[in-house]
Design a protein around this ligand. Sequence first.
Ligand code: NAG
Length: 148
Amino acid sequence: MHKAIINYLTLVLLLATLSSASALTLRRDGHLVDLESRSVPQAIDARATNARLSFYNGDGKIGSCGVPVSNTGFTVALNPSQWSNGAHCFQLIIIEYNGKAVQAQITDQCPGCPFNGLALTPGLFQFFAPLSDGVISGSWFTQNGTSI
Ligand SMILES: *[C@@H]1O[C@H](CO)[C@@H](O)[C@H](O)[C@H]1NC(C)=O
């Protein structure tokens, strides 16, 4: 009888140990997720906030990345400070303004834009605001988390 109780207690102890071991594994997994999401904050660090967003007419002409810039495409022209000799051509970015977010692609350079500033196509700008707004202040970051 006593032996049965001791066996039972041993089993309970064993189960407790096992479940705490799996809790540890879970926690370890959570930590890995933490580490992974720590590379996302790098994207958040690289997030351009209060970025000047204007628009321009590409009129279908070849942009600085060597492809035509349509006025309706969701593409942007990057400011000269971050242009890096065209290193970011075709990079995908996410632009946010007033609770809206959309993906766009860098296909051109904007000579008059300040650091963090982008010139959007009219079609893209209108996704966020009427053209009559002229300039809006939004934020953007690269889709794959690399900083620009
Ligand atoms: C992110 O995208 C850019 C441009 O497409 C590329 O050069 C860079 O290697 C990418 N980085 C990662 C971490 O995928």
